[in-house]
Design a binder for this molecule. Structure first.
Ligand code: 6YU
Length: 531
């Protein structure tokens, strides 16, 4: 296992001061900052970029620009109208909504949550990242599987997953998928013969759900040793009644007009240079945009998704990223989890159903899904959330699909998906007359050129140190006497909370704080001005 962040902090405390490049006292560094208000450019207006801008603004930084490639803020937080209400195209829940979660803190502060989410008992509930209710499971022979069978196998599966999260000794090349397979093989020897097929099918379904949770094609890609570093906070996952984007809108509200510039895709970042601004000052960084505009800066905070960095790791920066960072970008995983939202005229599910799972008889966790994507892509669809409340939203299911099948789905038309989904639900309900959904909306995160997938995971062959490496600012430790120029935020840079909105938020605050620490007088002046 990699040392946990706490251990690293301890190591840092006992190291000689000279070795602590980016933890040196800010007083020591201040003379190296520019003798004027620093200019900060933030690339990306997702939650990490917006939070960083808001924090710098609040702490007295006057020259901040957030350059966003697309025509909107929020990035992978995206709320849209569908059916009779609002739905989420990206992030859906606050994972672990409890006082330690800064997204929960802000959402409560802005009064964005429903009454249930604010109940103390909900905040204390520990669901360890698993769905809070047992789904109704339909099998491909058109029958519902007995809740008792589902409960037993689901409980067993979660004990294995918890074991995987708590391993202290593991093979560095092992995957979560291989670990689960081992448990299946051992456990299946004790199953009644007539339960083997259905248990195996259910376990394949659960592995497919796990691919959605981890945002990966296969759990064979997710590293076993670092798996436990992802930290689950207590709290019963909750949603935003007025949309997740309401959070981003509240955070960005105090930013002066013109701070966020939309449709301003950054092409490349030149650093370690001497660039003249429109004044007499010289700046070390120049941000070049796709449309020919450029922005000089003292510091740039890069918050672009890992999916984008994977495509551009060699040429997004000039001089290029150090080899270690390029390797970290390569090592870490970034996969696709998409949603297919379907509106039905009338629900085919019972009124109290909150989750629907679909399993294919004959499938097994011991073999990988069939390869012919055109024929089989929908076999990876595994879980549907019944969106609530139906009185406000209509009868809407939100299906999740991960991996290559999900990426293939992105290439189909709405009509093709609708037709496949109609067949799909007719098969699973055993009702050949089931009316088709009346409308559809699906996400296409893999095809978004500035995202390239859904979220990161720590892949086999990578570790938490790759996450830390990605977060490391430039110049690096070796050149620490130069002022900071390029900083990195975004969910993939947060070792314990990657893949979440709170991880992204924490990373944006972390990098803003890194700059604030360099300019103690600015912060002091801002505080004085508030008194
Ligand atoms: C969460 C959830 N959730 C579902 C789906 C998705 C995600 N997440 P951004 O991308 O937001 O911003 C970067 C910006 O940069 C962006 O606007 C770009 O356009 C811009 N940009 C890029 N290139 C540029 C350039 N060249 N120039 C200028 N601009 C440029 N998180 O907490 N709850 O329910 C879900 C879900 C379908 C796609 C999610 C969820 C992930 C979050 O959405 C995501 O982390 C943050 O929004 C990212 O913010 P950011 O600022 O970093 O980037 C054990 C273990 C397992 C580990 N996983 C467990 C957790 C599972 C995660 N949950 C997933 C579930 C759902 C449904």
């Amino acid at each position: 296992m990699q040392p946990r962040p706490g251990t690293r902090l301890l190591l840092l405390l006992v190291l000689p001061l000279a070795a602590l490049s980016d933890t040196r006292g800010s007083e020591e560094l201040e003379p190296m900052g520019p003798p004027r208000d620093p200019v900060v450019v933030i690339v990306g207006a997702g939650i990490s970029g917006i939070v960083a801008a808001e924090k710098l603004h609040r702490r007295g930084f006057l020259n901040i620009k957030v350059l966003e490639a697309t025509g909107r803020t929020g990035g992978r937080i995206r709320t849209q109208s569908f059916a009779k209400g609002l739905v989420e195209i990206g992030a859906q829940w606050i994972h672990g909504p409890s006082p330690a979660n800064p997204v929960f803190q802000l959402a409560s502060q802005f009064s964005l949550l429903g009454p249930d989410a604010l109940l103390e008992e909900n905040q204390k509930m520990n669901i360890e990242g698993h769905p809070s209710s047992i789904p109704v499971v339909y099998s491909s022979s058109g029958k519902k599987i007995s809740p008792e069978v589902v409960t037993n196998i689901t409980a067993l599966y979660y004990t294995w997953l918890n074991k995987a999260q708590n391993l202290t000794d593991c093979d560095p090349v092992a995957s979560v998928g291989s670990f689960i397979r081992q448990q299946v093989v051992q456990s299946s020897q004790e199953w009644d013969q007539d339960m083997v097929e259905i248990n195996m099918a259910l376990l394949r379904g659960l592995l497919n759900v796990e691919c959605c949770v981890s945002g990966t094609h296969s759990m064979n890609y997710v590293g076993l040793c670092p798996y436990g570093e992802y930290t689950m906070l207590p709290g019963l996952d909750c949603t935003f009644p007025r949309g997740y984007e309401s959070l981003v809108n509240h955070i960005k509200a105090p930013l002066p007009d013109g701070t966020v510039v939309l449709n301003k895709a950054v092409k490349s970042i030149d650093w370690n240079g001497s660039f003249h601004g429109g004044n007499s000052h010289v700046y070390p960084v120049k941000v070049q945009c796709e449309d020919g505009d450029s922005f000089v800066a003292d510091h740039v905070i890069v918050t672009v998704p890992l999916g984008f960095l994977k495509k551009r790791s060699l040429d997004f920066l000039s001089p290029p990223l150090p080899p270690g960072k390029i390797q970290a970008i390569k090592n870490l995983g970034f996969g696709t989890n998409n949603k297919i939202l379907l509106e039905f005229e009338k629900p085919f599910w019972d009124p109290n159903t909150t989750l629907i799972q679909t399993v294919w008889e004959g499938d097994s966790p011991l073999t990988e899904p069939k390869k012919d994507l055109k024929q089989n892509w929908m076999r990876k669809l595994c879980i549907f959330v019944v969106l609530e409340p139906p009185e406000q939203l209509g009868h809407v299911l939100c299906g999740f699909i991960a991996g290559e099948e999900s990426e293939f789905m992105e290439t189909l038309t709405d009509e093709e998906i609708l037709s496949s989904m109609t067949d799909f639900f007719r098969t699973f309900t055993g009702n050949p007359e089931l009316p088709p959904p009346i409308s559809i909306l699906r996400s296409q995160w893999h095809s978004q050129p500035y995202t390239g997938g859904s979220y990161s995971y720590v892949a086999v062959g990578s570790s938490g140190s790759d996450v830390d490496n990605l977060a490391e600012p430039l110049p690096t430790h070796e050149e620490a006497l130069k002022p900071l120029q390029v900083l990195f935020a975004g969910e993939a840079t947060e070792r314990n909370f990657y893949s979440t909105t709170h991880g992204a938020l924490i990373s944006g605050r972390r990098e803003a704080q890194r700059l604030i620490d360099r300019y103690p007088k600015l912060g002091a002046a801002a505080n004085k001005a508030k008194l």
